[in-house]
Write a protein that binds this ligand. Structure first.
Ligand code: PXP
Length: 244
């Protein structure tokens, strides 16, 4: 069976905690439940403004998580320094603007080639597997080997927000970008805006290795708990891979 993995982004459990400055909900409890449900990775984004995940969370989760830790980070010296100290298994380099609600769009690795390459090389040297969060754009993907990142995460936000024919068009872009990157020997992950309705079409792309999903799962967890929300998402993803 052609397997697909799930990284659960728990940033928004921290958003709920930060809204009141309380000690709860406890992120470490969330990590235990998500891992127990069968997730393959824990994903967290330490933002420059520390709006949800805090530095102490990153260290505490690193200590206790038993699956892969995927740290999302901006291409800044501060974040690379923290990553090289924490040593997550994976680091996903993302664009970051202070005023945005969430990560909007992929990294421009053509425009920021030197910075992204130098960040990637520093993380590679620390044995952290680097993933670049980019748009499903062939010209961007063409430059990935020169940057030296073994993994990309395709931004699925435009697909998630599209409706009607443009949704099919966005899905085709992701399929073509995945195939192109896979043929270059790059591991392809995907994420952003994926939910219980739109994930299966992405999970059905056979070369996609991992999905990183957060907001929709934390929202679902309000009603069914984060363990069940994780089980449900894994079942959806795996159903379209069964027998593939
Ligand atoms: N992948 C990356 C690189 C992200 O920045 C985010 C949002 O933090 C996600 C996946 C998860 O997106 P969502 O919360 O919309 O599922």
């Amino acid at each position: 069976m052609n397997k697909i993995e799930l990284g659960v982004n728990i940033d928004h459990i921290a958003t709920l905690r930060q809204a009141r400055g309380t000690a709860y909900p406890d992120l470490l409890d969330a990590v235990r439940l998500v891992e127990d449900a069968g997730a393959h990775a824990i994903t967290i984004h330490l933002r420059e403004d520390r709006r949800h995940i805090q530095d102490a969370d990153v260290y505490a989760i690193r200590q206790m998580c038993t699956r892969r830790l995927n740290l999302e980070l901006a291409a800044t010296d501060e974040m690379v320094g923290i990553a090289c100290d924490v040593l997550p298994n994976d680091a996903c380099v993302v664009p970051e603007k202070r005023e945005e609600l969430t990560t909007e769009g992929g990294l421009d690795i053509i425009g920021q080639f030197e910075r992204v390459r130098s960040v990637t090389q520093r993380l590679n040297a620390a044995n952290i597997r680097v993933s670049l969060f980019i748009e499903p754009d062939i010209e961007q993907i063409r430059r990935v080997p020169d940057i030296g990142a073994p993994v990309i995460e395709l931004h699925t936000g435009t697909y998630a927000n599209a409706t009607g024919e443009s949704k099919q068009h966005e899905l085709r872009r992701i399929q073509e970008a995945t195939e192109f990157a896979h043929n270059l020997g790059i591991q392809v992950n995907a994420g952003h805006g994926l939910d219980y309705d739109n994930t299966q079409a992405i999970a059905a792309i056979p070369q996609i290795h991992e999905l990183n999903i957060g907001h929709s799962m934390v929202a679902r967890a309000v009603f069914v708990g984060i363990r069940q929300a994780t089980v449900e998402m894994l079942e959806l993803m795996q159903a379209v891979r069964a027998g593939a």
